[in-house]
Structures are given as structure tokens and as C-alpha cells.
Design a protein around this ligand. Structure first.
Ligand code: TEU
Length: 586
């Protein structure tokens, strides 16, 4: 399934891949200013799939309230909630029809106020998804805007009058024709939508739009929320002349989509008018952002955002020019280490990093980056958790990964719910393409629904998620992989996660310490040292299903084991399959 569209889209998503030799040692981190959000572990809840309290098969806010003691028991600090605003759910809440109302399936504003109070009562914080590159076509702004060319809301969106001809091509992620311009006969004009056609892009060049958004942000911050995760915030500013893109792709996709002419002006304005007035955290979904330009977003001196998360790691290991198709040979660990080391080095002096291996847009962490076979699922889940919790960056951890939940691997298109999969399937079908191969790729990794199946609470009907019929099938492995049984088992993936979070929280060296990659060319072992004020921690991770030898040059005879994912862990130069060891070496 190759096309110009896929080439540019893939390149855009992964555009962090500017080749530059990575510093093996990151200098000077001891001077990093301490902040609560640097010391936090973020736990992401996809509300639709977390816990259903009323039997309609859809997770809801009251369901989250019921499970807050569990969330607290993990030891995490901050909850990130995916969108909970009113929405017709073309893209599961990323299409908002009212920014100051709660999605009816999720509950009411009173439920939200209760949730917020219960979160804070437990000493936790919560950040909300801010989706302001686009809204829903059912939002009153768009309803008004499309009515006439002179409507006061007309310039809230990007319209292109049809008598000017068809605007230069822009590609949409979720459109059946990949066309980001949709013709609306009512006013004989096209509107822009980088995502689905029910997700029109807001016109940030209009100061009134920015004021409306800032007002809405204050509404939530005044309620007491602790920050925002900002959806595709890097693409809010557009060159409104919409110049034609070059016929042959030469790596300039981002010039036409992300990093628009005023993105930093708008973020500075947002910081000045809103963010700086509260003690909160902000994190950009850093679509199209590379190691070369990320500091423009998160260098504290620039007064924009606190953190950004990149896509370079997520795109690694896919076949080139194919849509999210994992390389059947697996991924090369040497390149993986290069990526995470390069991203660490960027923040050695300024800014602060993030780290994650899964979220609601990605397949499950253990299936993608570890090994979900019965023999290795637990070991590799724990090993990956060790990686996330020992790097110098704020970890964003996706619900269910603490149980080692796996991809569901749906075989039939009827089981999928995600607009991305459904529309891509339809497009391939319309073009007479190979839909079976597409499903195979979605199943083997690409599908976002792999990571969206309901939380597995217990070995009960529907995994204890709902008393009704779930909106998407529960993974049948809930019989053994679930909170209730893992909670009881001291050696479970869940209890390992809790211990690992605790370790990070009690060892400042794991948060602020300098990171030094060791043995970069070792194809099986990822090893590094974290160092702060003379304290040194050595992390040894075997990413492969065979025994492998470490080569760190350290004498391990006096090393003290802080944690390991095998029974009775002991310092060793030979690691067993997916073994993880965290050692104090002074
Ligand atoms: O994601 C933006 C984005 O980059 C994704 O569309 C990504 O390219 C895709 O999932 C890869 O398969 C954000 C949200 O996280 C996502 O859930 C939304 O669908 C999207 O924005 C539109 O709001």
C-alpha cells in the first residue's frame, strides 16, 4: 500500500529523524531546576475504556471515581484524562461540540466536579486533553460559520471560496479520500480538516478564536485542574495562502502543516494570558517536532510550554513508506538506543523530556516493544516498565500496561471501532486494494483499537468493566490478566510497576541524574548509568528472548540490587531473556 500520501504522512510523523550524532553523555543536568511535573509519573486514563458505572458499555466519570483508590495505589502522581467534553464521537471525543460541557455518555458536570475533588483528596493531580486545532462540525461555531460567508463566525475556520478553484492539496489523516478540503455547497466553499471531515480546523490566525480558547482554558483551570495535554498543538498555525506543496516530496511536509508561521507567537500569548497565571503543567503532543526544534517549544526561557512528546520512538521499527506496518523482523535495538539517547541529550541543559511506549493512538506496549507470548509477556512488560521509570524524562504510562495488557489483534473489520482504521479500510476498498493485507497489518500492530480495549479488572463477565455490552470487545485474556489476580500476586506485573514507581520516587538520581549510554552497539542489551551528586545507578536491560552478555566495564561484585524482574535478582554480566536489573554501584 504505497502512495505519495503515505510517504509524506509517515515522514511527517517521524520527522524527528534528523541525522545528527548523538552525545553519549549528557552534561550538566545537576543544575536542572526542580519542578513537581519533572518528578511526577503520569498515568493516562482513556475514560471510554476504564470503568463503566451505569451498564451502557461505555466507561464514565463515576466509573473513574470508583477506581481512584486503585489509581492511588499505583503510586503515580498525575492522571491524564483523554477528552471528556461533549462530542458526537466521530473520533472518540477528539471532535468537541461543546468545550464546557461533559460528554453525555461520560456523565455530568457534577460528576466531573466530584471526580476532581476525589482526585485532589487523594493527593493526585489531573491534566485534561486540550483539543483546539479543530473542533466538531456540530460545534455552534461551525454551525454558524457554514451558514453564510458573512456570518460573524465565518473566520473561525479556514474557508476557501470555490470560485478561486480548488485549493492546493492538503492531506487528511482520517478522510476516505485523504482530502483535507471538504466542499460545502451551502456557501460554495471548501473548509479545511486535517483529521476527519467532522473535525474542521479552527482558524488560529483570528484573534477572536484565540481569546475564546483562552477563556475556555481559564474555565477549567479555575475549577482547579492541574494542566493540559495539548492535542496536535504544533499544527495550529497555518500559512493561510495554502501554497502548493512540491510535486516531489523532499522532506518539507512539516513546513506546510506543523510549525506554521505563528505557532510560537500563539503559544507565547497562551502562556502570557493563561498558563503563567497558574501552577500547572503543560505538555504538547509534539507531532512533527524534531530534536532540532523541540526546545523552541519547551525551553523555559521562551515561556511557552513545559514538555512535548515526540513521535520518533513510536514510528521506529515500521516498514518505510508503509502505514504503521511493523517490520516482521522486529526492530533493531541499536537504533532504538540512539533515538532515546539523542532525545535525552537535547534536554541536558534546557527544557525537560517525556518518555512513553504506548498511548491511546498506539498498540499495546508489551506487544509492540516486548514480547506478548506466554513465556515472556510478564518479563518483558516489567523490563519495559524498568526502562520507562529509569530514564531522565517524565514518564507517561498508559492504563492497562501496568497489567501487561496485550494487543487484541482483531481479524474482522466489524470488530474495529476507530475512524482511522475504518476510513483507511474504506479507502483501500474503494481503490480495489488489498483489504486483507491491511487488516493483517492493523492486527499485527497498526490499529489504535489494539490499545483501546477495556481495562481488565477481574475474572468476571466483561472483565468487570461493564455489566452491559462493551463498546469494543474485551480482550479474552482477561481471565488471567486482570487487576484482581495481579493484586494478590506479589510477583505480578502490577506489583512490579508499583515497586518501580516507588523506586523512582525515592531516588532523585533516577529523576534528575545525568544519563550516560553504555555499550551502544550491543544488539541485545540497553545499559546506562544515571548519576547525581556522586550517586550512581546502573540499569541493565535485555531486550531479547535469548541470554545476552552485558559489557559495561563496571565491576559488579559490590553492586547492590535495587530491583530486578527475575526471582532473587543478583548482579550479573549475563542477563536472561528480557531480564532487567537496576543496581546501585557506589
Ligand atoms: O493525535 C494526532 C496524531 O498524530 C494521530 O492522528 C496519529 O497520527 C495517529 O493516531 C497515528 O495512527 C491526536 C490524538 O491523540 C488522536 O487520538 C486524535 O485522533 C487526533 O489527534 C485528532 O484529534
Amino acid at each position: 500500500m504505497k502512495s505519495f500520501f503515505l510517504t509524506v504522512l509517515t515522514a511527517f510523523l517521524l520527522s524527528g529523524v534528523t541525522i545528527r550524532s548523538f552525545g553519549q553523555q549528557s552534561p550538566g543536568s545537576e543544575g536542572t531546576e526542580k519542578k513537581w511535573w519533572k518528578e511526577s509519573v503520569v498515568y493516562q486514563i482513556y475514560p471510554r475504556s476504564f470503568k463503566d458505572s451505569d451498564g451502557d458499555g461505555i466507561g464514565d466519570l463515576k466509573g473513574i471515581v470508583q477506581k481512584l483508590d486503585y489509581v492511588k495505589s499505583l503510586g503515580i502522581d498525575v492522571i491524564w484524562l483523554n477528552p471528556i467534553y461533549a462530542s458526537p464521537n466521530a473520533d472518540n471525543g477528539y471532535d468537541i461540540s461543546d468545550y464546557q460541557a461533559i460528554m453525555k455518555e461520560f456523565g455530568t458536570m457534577a460528576d466531573f466536579d466530584l471526580l476532581l475533588a476525589e482526585i485532589h483528596k487523594r493527593g493526585l493531580k489531573v491534566i485534561m486533553d486540550l483539543v483546539v486545532n479543530h473542533c466538531s462540525d456540530e460545534h455552534i461555531w461551525f454551525q454558524e460559520s457554514r451558514k453564510s460567508r458573512t456570518n460573524p463566525y465565518r473566520d473561525y475556520f479556514h474557508w476557501w471560496n470555490a470560485e478561486r478553484g480548488k485549493p492546493a492539496a492538503r492531506y487528511s489523516f482520517f478522510d476516505v479520500n485523504n482530502d483535507a478540503w471538504k466542499y460545502d455547497s451551502l456557501t460554495n466553499a471548501y473548509y479545511l480538516h486535517y483529521f476527519g471531515d467532522k473535525q474542521p480546523d479552527l482558524n488560529w490566525e483570528n484573534p477572536q478564536v484565540r481569546q475564546e480558547i483562552f477563556k475556555m482554558m481559564r474555565f477549567w483551570l479555575d475549577k482547579g485542574i492541574d494542566g493540559f495535554r495539548m492535542d496536535v498543538i504544533t499544527i495550529i498555525s497555518k500559512d493561510t495562502s495554502f501554497p502548493a506543496m512540491p510535486a516531489v516530496y523532499q522532506g518539507q511536509w512539516d513546513k506546510f502543516y506543523a510549525n506554521g508561521p505563528h505557532v510560537h507567537d500563539y503559544l507565547k500569548e497562551m502562556n502570557r494570558e493563561v498558563l503563567s497565571k497558574y501552577n500547572i503543567m503543560s505538555v504538547a503532543e509534539g507531532m512533527g517536532v524534531s530534536t532540532q526544534d523541540v526546545l523552541n517549544f519547551v525551553d523555559a526561557d521562551r515561556k511557552e510550554l513545559n514538555m512535548a512528546y515526540h513521535f520518533e520512538g513510536m514510528g521506529y521499527g515500521y516498514l518505510p513508506n508503509e502505514w504503521k506496518t511493523p517490520d516482521p523482523k522486529g526492530y533493531d535495538l541499536v537504533g532504538f538506543k540512539k533515538i532515546y539517547s539523542r532525545w535525552d541529550s537535547v534536554f541536558a541543559e534546557k527544557g525537560w523530556g517525556t518518555i512513553y511506549l504506548g498511548n491511546h493512538d498506539q498498540p499495546r506496549m508489551v506487544t509492540r516493544w516486548g514480547n506478548d507470548s506466554p513465556a515472556y509477556r510478564e518479563y518483558s512488560s516489567k523490563m519495559l516498565t524498568t526502562f520507562l521509570m529509569t530514564m531522565r524524562a517524565t514518564p507517561y504510562y498508559y492504563f492497562g500496561d501496568e497489567l501487561g495488557m496485550t494487543n487484541i489483534k482483531f481479524n474482522k473489520i466489524q470488530d474495529y471501532r476507530d475512524i482511522e482504521t475504518l476510513n483507511m479500510y474504506q479507502k483501500i476498498k474503494n481503490e480495489g486494494g488489498d483489504t486483507l493485507a491491511f487488516i493483517q497489518n492493523q492486527k499485527n500492530g497498526g490499529a489504535r483499537d489494539n490499545g483501546r480495549t477495556p481495562m481488565q479488572w477481574a475474572n468476571q463477565p466483561q472483565a468487570g468493566f461493564t455489566s452491559g455490552t462493551p463498546w469494543i470487545k474485551v480482550n479474552p485474556n482477561f481471565v488471567t490478566i486482570n487487576v484482581e489476580s495481579e493484586d494478590r500476586d506479589p510477583g505480578s506485573v502490577l506489583n512490579y510497576f508499583r515497586r518501580m514507581v516507588k523506586l523512582r520516587k525515592t531516588k532523585p538520581v533516577l529523576i534528575y541524574g545525568k544519563y550516560t549510554l553504555l555499550d551502544p552497539d550491543n544488539p541485545s542489551i540497553y545499559s546506562y548509568v544515571r548519576e547525581l551528586n556522586g550517586k550512581k545507578i546502573l540499569v541493565l536491560l535485555n531486550f531479547k528472548s535469548q541470554d545476552a552478555r552485558v559489557n559495561t566495564g563496571f565491576d559488579l561484585s559490590k553492586a547492590k540490587v535495587l530491583i530486578g524482574n527475575y526471582k532473587n535478582p543478583a548482579p550479573s554480566q549475563l542477563l536472561r531473556p528480557y531480564e532487567a536489573l537496576v543496581l546501585e554501584i557506589n
